[in-house]
Design a protein around this ligand. Structure first.
Ligand code: NAP
Length: 482
């Protein structure tokens, strides 16, 4: 048993849920037990918030260089424990060890970004004398400070990365946190929290509660003592949160149906290589996964002929077996949902080029062509290992199709023509646009967030810190001296 198995982190201590309830967290691949999680109650929510309020008082008054030093220690521990964390990610989430190692390996870097950016809370001086009636006897400036208690709620698909994109900026900039990780993947979050505890984070600054998102989430997000909600998850849950949150800061990183436009002058070797990665990593359970390819009709056949062998080469199976690139979906129910969506598309006239077979929680990588851009498989978030291909007759039409869903998170365009690239950058309504790559690419320092139903606000450590801090305006009123 690890120290965090079956426990919550409240006020710096690993404690059982108030009623002692726990549950087994099982591998989506074979049902083996990855660990035990506590099932928190509303009493635990109250304890976690009360603890975070005390933690926030201590942490906001801790000098930034001391906060940074503790985060740097936590980052070093995350590096040291990277293999252990990767094993936990793969066990509870079902992604391949290859992918889990990549994810765990970024943990230290994200925490170091938080350590640095959190110490850079600059303000601005205000040229008050530019206003008529004000001389040079006043000084004005802005002061950036932590908001207080941040509630962080994360999804299952990147159990380390998406937790740390909340913890690192929040803790780096002097906030306390109550974290509620996804019910399917709490163990990774607890292992990461242990790095912060072992690094010497003061009691109460980080609190983690595990259990049912609906019950705990509603209590956390509607609490008026919480000053900021940082949520990553589905558009449906995000919409619900925005209704009940009340007056507080809100960042919502939500769902998507990300498009990739392929124009006739695209480098097809590059394009197909990128799509064969971007559509299938993590079994397509990525908010920036390539869901829709909109290819110019002139090169459709050439594109599909080059893509198919690459997709068929992807090694899918037991997440922990040697050489496996892509593991399972999060559970068999999700796999059934995805394979049914593919079947329904085929029934309505689309053509299955390859894949789409379900075996338990695995769905083989699929390509579906001749897809109507207005059909459900293009419009609704699929969150599974399939790329759906539609054709366009012009750049203008391709960009219209790219914009035709309610979402707007990531997108990509493949072209060698700078005019088309500029047009895409200006016209596609998404928060992140890649020229000559797919949306499935992220640097942890870049601003990251969606438009439309894909959300509100930006993550990426520096951007997240802006949203997790308040700006006060300070005016010093001196006497006129001449
Ligand atoms: P989800 O069902 O919305 O759950 C996300 C988190 O919200 C979980 O921790 C969940 O807890 C919790 N939750 C559930 N009900 C809640 C409530 N009433 N109040 C507060 N929190 C509540 O999403 P998911 O299935 O885990 O993740 C997949 C979705 O996340 C996809 O739509 C994907 O696109 C999106 N996503 C977006 C981004 C981005 O950056 N835009 C990144 C990754 C994923 P339980 O697990 O206990 O239900």
């Amino acid at each position: 048993m690890r120290i965090f198995d079956g426990k919550l982190l409240i006020n710096g201590k690993w404690v059982a849920a108030s009623n002692g309830a726990t549950e087994e967290i099982k591998s989506p691949f074979n049902g083996s037990v990855a660990g035990i999680a506590a099932v928190a109650t509303l009493i635990d929510v109250e304890s976690a918030i009360a603890s975070a309020l005390k933690g926030a008082e201590v942490w906001r008054r801790t000098p930034a260089h001391q906060r940074s030093a503790i985060l740097m220690k936590a980052a070093a521990l995350a590096d040291e424990r990277s293999e252990e964390i990767a094993q936990i990610i793969s066990s509870e989430n079902g992604k391949s060890l290859l992918e889990a190692r990549g994810e765990a390996g970024r943990s230290g870097e994200i925490i170091r970004l938080g350590a640095f950016e959190g110490s850079q809370l600059y303000g601005t001086s205000l040229p008050l004398d530019a206003n008529k009636g004000t001389g040079q006897e006043k000084l004005g400036f802005t002061l950036r400070q932590p908001v207080g208690v941040v509630v962080a709620i994360s999804p299952f698909n990147y159990p380390a990365l998406l937790v740390l994109h909340k913890l690192a900026p929040a803790l780096g900039s002097g906030n306390s946190v109550v974290l509620k990780p996804a019910r399917a993947t709490p163990l990774t979050a607890l292992a990461l929290a242990q790095c912060f505890v072992d690094a010497g984070l003061p009691d109460g600054v980080l609190n983690v509660i595990t259990g049912a998102g609906g019950e705990l989430g509603d209590a956390l997000v509607s609490d008026s003592r919480v000053r900021k909600i940082s949520f990553t998850g589905s558009t449906a849950t995000g919409t619900h949160i925005s209704r009940i949150a009340g007056v507080k800061k809100l960042s919502l990183e939500l769902g998507a149906s990300s498009p990739v436009v392929v124009l006739p002058d695209a480098d097809l070797e590059l394009t197909t290589r990128a799509v064969a990665l971007g559509g299938y990593i993590n079994s397509g359970q990525v908010c920036i996964s390539v869901q829709r390819v909109i290819v110019h009709e002139k090169i459709k056949d050439e594109f599909l002929n080059a893509l198919q062998p690459l997709v068929e080469k992807i090694k899918v199976g037991d997440p922990k077996a040697d050489g496996i690139e892509v593991g399972t979906l999060i559970n068999a129910k999700e796999a059934t949902r995805v394979s049914q969506s593919i079947n329904n598309a085929v029934k309505s006239g689309a053509k299955l080029i390859t894949g789409g077979e379900q075996d338990g929680s695995i769905v083989t990588p699929a390509i579906v062509s001749e897809v109507d851009p207005n059909s459900a498989i293009a419009q609704d978030e699929l969150f599974g290992p399939a790329v759906v291909v539609s054709t366009a007759t012009s750049t203008k039409q391709a960009l219209e199709f790219a914009n035709s869903t309610p979402y707007g998170l990531g997108s990509g365009i493949f072209t060698r023509d700078v005019d088309s690239a500029i047009q895409a950058a200006r016209e596609i309504d998404s928060g992140i646009i890649h020229i000559n790559w797919t949306p499935l690419w992220r640097a942890d320092l870049m601003p990251y967030g969606g438009l439309k139903a894909s959300g509100i606000g930006k993550e990426g450590v520096r951007s997240a810190i802006e949203e997790m801090t308040e700006v006060k305006t300070i005016i010093l009123h001196g006497r006129a001296w001449n």
